[in-house]
Design a binder for this molecule. Sequence first.
Ligand code: NDP
Length: 330
Amino acid sequence: MTFRALLVEKAEDGAISASVKDLQDDRLPDGDVTVAVEYSTLNYKDGLCITGHGGLVRSFPHVPGVDFAGTVEASDDPRYRPGDRVVLTGWRVGEVWWGGYATRARVKGDWLVPLPDTLTTRQAMAIGTAGLTAMLAVMALEKAGLSPPKGEVLVTGAAGGVGSVAVAILARLGYRVAAVTGRPEAAAYLRELGAETIIDRAELAAASAKALESERWAGAVDAVGGDMLMRVLKQVKYDGAVASIGLAAGAAVHSFTVIPFILRGVSLLGIDSVMRPRDERLDAWSRIATDLPHDKLDAMITEYGLADLPALGPAILEGKVRGRAVIDVR
Ligand code: NDP
C-alpha cells in the first residue's frame, strides 16, 4: 500500500525542498495506531518545518504537519478501534516524528484524543494546535481569576491562528475583547469574530521607558512576545494576568522590568500546548466544543491541499496567513 505525503528533503548542498510524493506504507514510523488522515492545518511551527528553518527537523527526509484529524484504520491500542474519529496536536509530531501532511499517519495511541461528536475533522483542524493553545490560555487566565466583570481582555497577533481563536472564544464567554493587529484590513474580520476594539500594532510595538503605564487590561493573551509582551504587562490592571503563548515578534524582551509583578501583582502565565497531559487536552477539547462558536470558526477557514504547502510555509513565517489554513490532504 502507498500513501501520499508532503516530503521535505535536504540536498547534499544543504538546500531544503518540499514536494508531494507517493510513498510505501513501510516508511511510516512505528506506532500503535494507524490513522487515515483527512485534514491537517498550518501553524507557525509548520512553516519552520516546511522550510527547514529553526532547527526543528533534524532528520530528513521528513513529513511535517504538527496536527491532524482523521479516522482510525488499524489499532493495537485497546482505546481505539477502526472507524474512530481522532485528533492529534503536538507531542513533536511533524517535527521529530512524521506528521499530518499525509494521507496516512502512524502514531502512539497516548498522543491521540477522541474527536468530540459535535466537531467535524475539518473543524478540528480549523482549531488545531492554534485553537487548543488559545483555549489553554483562556483556561489558565480563568484559573488566575479572570472573569468578564473584571474588564477588557487584550489579544495580540489577533489576526493570526492563535489570536483569531482566542478572540472568538473570549467574546463568546462574554469578555470585551481588544485585538492588536498589524493588518488594518483585518479589522472587519476581527470585529466579526467578536473584537470590540482594534488596536494598531504600532501603538504597542516599541519598548517604553516607563516602568508602568495606565492600567487598562484585566488580562491578555499574547502570541507576539518580545517588547510587545512587556508593553502589555505594564498596562495590565492590578492582579491581572497575561498568558504568554508565542514569539511572532521574537523571544527576547529588551525592556524587561519586574515592576508590574511586584507593584501590581500581575502574573505571567506560560502556555505550552505540545506536551500537555492527555486529561488536560480532553478538558480543553470539550471546552472548545462548547465555547467556540462554529459560525465564527467557519469564518476563519481558508482551505488548501498538500500541493499548496511549499508556498504556505514561507507565507506563515512572513505573517501573511490570516486565520486558520485547513489542509485537505486527500
Ligand atoms: P500566525 O502566524 O498565524 O499568527 C501570528 C500573528 O502575530 C500574525 O498573524 C500577526 O498578527 C502577528 N505578528 C507577526 N509578526 C509580528 C511582529 N513582528 N510583530 C507583532 N506582531 C506580529 O501564528 P500562530 O497564531 O499559529 O502562532 C502564533 C505564535 O504562537 C507563534 O510564535 C507560534 O510559534 C506560537 N505558538 C505557541 C504554541 C504553544 O504551545 N505555546 C502553540 C501554537 C503557536 P497580525 O497580522 O494580527 O498583527
